[in-house]
Ligand binder design. Structure first.
Ligand code: GDP
Ligand code: IMO
Ligand code: MG
Length: 427
C-alpha cells in the first residue's frame, strides 16, 4: 500500500501526463491500465517536452518502474518507436514491464478501424484510427492475440492465420480493400517479439508483491470518464474503462488495495471526436479557449472542441470514480476574462436536470444553465501557493470544488513541472 488511481474526469486531455509526472518523485511504479496509443500525454520538464502514447508517464522518472498492464492494447511497432525516440533523448526504458496478458493491436485492427469509420460517414465516432476498438472487440470476442503469444511462434502463427482468414474476408468483401498476408504479419511480429521479450512479465504478481512491501503504485488512466465504454457518452466513447473500476481489472490489483482516486479536471472543458458536448462553444470564445489553451490533439493533431466548465460532468466523475481529490489543471488559461460562465445544470426540453440525463437522446438535447463567476486579469503562471492567486481565481477554485463534490488538492497554473500549487498531499 498505497495504490493511487489517477483518472481523467472529463473527455480526456485534462493534463493526466503532467499530474502523473508530478507524482513521479513519490511513487515506485506507474501503471497504464487501459487504452493504447490513442492516448497522448504531454509532460514538460524544463525546456523539454515529451508526448507519450503507450509508455506510462513514469518512464520519465528514473526511479520509477513503468508498467503496461493487462488492460492495455499494444501496438508493438508504436511502442518500440516510442522507446527508441526516448532513448535518442537519453531516456532509458530498460525497466519497462509489459503484462503477458495484454492484447496486441494487429495490422487488420488498424485497417478495419479506418475503413469502418469511413463507412459510418456522418455517424462516425471520430476515432484516432489506431485500431483500438477492433483490438478490444477481438479481445471480448475471445480471438485476440496477446503479448505472451509473441513468445510461442507456433501459436502466434496459428492465431494470425485464423484471424486473417476471417478479417481478410471482411476487408475485401465488405470494405473493398486489399487483404493482409499472414506470413508478412508473422515476420513483422516475430521481429517485435525479440525486442519485447525481456520486458514481458506477470505484472499483476509483481504489483501485488510491491504493495505487500509498502511500495507506492500509481495507476495512470488514459482518456477520461465520459469516454468510458460503460459510463461515457456511448457510442461516442473509447472501447475500454478509463474509470477507476477499470484500474483494477486492467492491472490485476484488487479494489480493496486502492487507497486514493485522483480526478484530473480541466478548469474548462474539451473533447476530441464526435458526440454530445453541452457546453461546447462554436463561436469566437471557443476559438479563444482553443488558442489560449493550445487545445490541439497530441495524437492526431485535430482541433479540440472547447467549452466552459461543466459541473454536472465533474459531479458525475466524482460519483463514478469515487474521486477523493481533484487536480485542477489549466487555471492560468482563464486569466483575462471579465466573467467566467460555469454550467451548473442542464435544461432538457424545458426540464432542469442536475445530473446527466438517463438517455443519450436527452443528453443530446441538453443545453447548459450557466452561473457567471467574476474573472481575474492577473497572470497567475508564477504563483507558488494558493494564497498567491488573485481573490477571484481563489473564489473560482472554491466554487468548482463546491460544485464538483470533492476537494481540489492541487492546481495547475502552467504546463511546466513546477507550475503546480499543491494544497494537500496526493499520495
Ligand atoms: P492528458 O492526455 O490528460 O495527459 O493531457 P494532454 O497532454 O493531451 O493535454 C494537456 C495539455 O495541457 C498539455 O499540452 C499539457 O502540457 C498542458 N497542461 C497541463 N497542465 C497545464 C496547466 O496547468 N496549465 C497549462 N497552461 N497547460 C497545462
Ligand atoms: P488521452 O489519454 C481525448 C477519443 C477519440 C474518439 C473516441 C474513440 O490523451 O486523454 P478511439 O481511437 O479510442 O477508438 O476513439 O475517443 N479519444 C480521446 N480523446 N484524449 C484521449 O486520450 C483520447 N483517446 C481517445 O477522439 O472520439
Ligand atoms: Mg491527451
Amino acid at each position: 500500500m498505497p495504490a493511487v488511481v489517477l483518472v481523467g474526469a472529463q473527455w480526456g486531455d485534462e493534463g493526466k501526463g503532467k499530474a502523473t509526472d508530478l507524482l513521479g518523485g513519490d511513487v515506485d511504479y506507474v501503471v497504464r491500465y487501459q487504452g493504447g496509443n490513442n492516448a497522448g500525454h504531454t509532460v514538460v520538464i524544463g525546456d523539454q517536452k515529451y508526448a507519450l502514447h503507450l509508455l506510462p508517464t513514469g518512464v520519465l522518472s528514473p526511479d520509477v518502474v513503468p508498467v503496461i498492464g493487462n488492460g492495455v492494447v499494444i501496438d508493438p511497432g508504436v511502442l518500440l518507436s516510442e522507446i527508441d525516440g526516448l532513448a535518442a533523448r537519453g531516456i532509458d526504458c530498460g525497466r519497462l514491464l509489459i503484462s503477458a496478458n495484454a492484447h496486441l493491436i494487429m495490422p487488420h485492427h488498424k485497417a478495419i478501424d479506418k475503413v469502418s469509420e469511413r463507412f459510418l460517414g456522418k455517424a462516425k465516432i471520430g476515432t484516432t484510427g489506431r485500431g483500438i476498438g477492433p483490438a478490444y472487440g477481438d479481445k471480448i470476442y475471445r480471438v485476440g492475440v496477446r503479448v505472451q503469444d509473441l513468445l510461442d511462434p507456433g501459436i502466434l502463427s496459428q492465431k494470425i492465420e485464423a484471424a486473417l482468414t476471417e478479417k481478410n474476408q471482411i476487408l475485401t468483401k465488405i470494405y473493398n480493400r486489399r487483404g493482409l498476408e499472414a506470413t508478412k504479419v508473422l515476420d513483422e511480429y516475430l521481429g517485435y517479439a525479440e525486442r519485447l521479450r525481456p520486458h514481458i512479465a506477470d505484472t499483476s504478481l509483481i504489483l501485488s508483491r510491491a504493495l505487500d512491501e509498502d511500495k507506492v503504485v500509481l495507476l495512470e488512466g488514459g482518456q477520461g470518464t465520459l469516454l468510458d465504454i460503460d459510463h461515457g457518452t456511448y457510442p461516442f466513447v473509447t472501447s475500454s474503462s478509463p474509470t477507476s473500476g477499470g484500474a483494477c481489472a486492467g492491472s490485476g490489483i484488487p479494489p480493496n488495495r486502492l487507497t486514493r482516486v485522483i480526478g484530473i479536471l480541466k478548469a474548462y472543458t474539451t473533447r476530441v471526436g464526435s458526440g454530445p458536448f453541452p457546453t461546447e462553444l462554436l463561436d469566437e470564445q471557443g476559438e479563444w479557449l482553443r488558442q489560449t489553451g493550445g487545445e490541439y490533439g497530441v495524437t492526431t493533431g485535430r482541433n479540440r472542441r472547447c467549452g466552459w466548465f461543466d459541473a454536472v460532468i465533474a459531479r458525475y466523475a466524482t460519483r463514478i470514480n469515487g474521486v477523493t481529490d481533484f487536480f485542477l489543471t489549466k487555471l492560468d488559461v482563464l486569466s483575462g476574462l471579465e466573467r467566467i460562465p460555469v454550467c451548473v445544470a442542464y435544461d432538457v426540453d424545458g426540464v432542469r436536470h442536475d445530473e446527466i440525463p438517463m438517455t443519450q437522446t436527452e443528453f443530446h438535447h441538453a443545453t447548459p444553465i450557466y452561473e457567471e463567476l467574476p474573472g481575474w486579469q492577473e497572470d497567475i503562471t508564477s504563483a507558488k501557493t494558493f494564497d498567491d492567486l488573485p481573490p477571484n481565481a481563489q473564489a473560482y477554485v472554491r466554487a468548482l470544488e463546491e460544485m464538483s463534490g470533492a476537494p481540489i488538492s492541487a492546481i495547475g497554473v502552467g504546463p511546466g513541472r513546477t507550475q503546480t500549487l499543491q494544497i494537500r498531499s496526493l499520495i
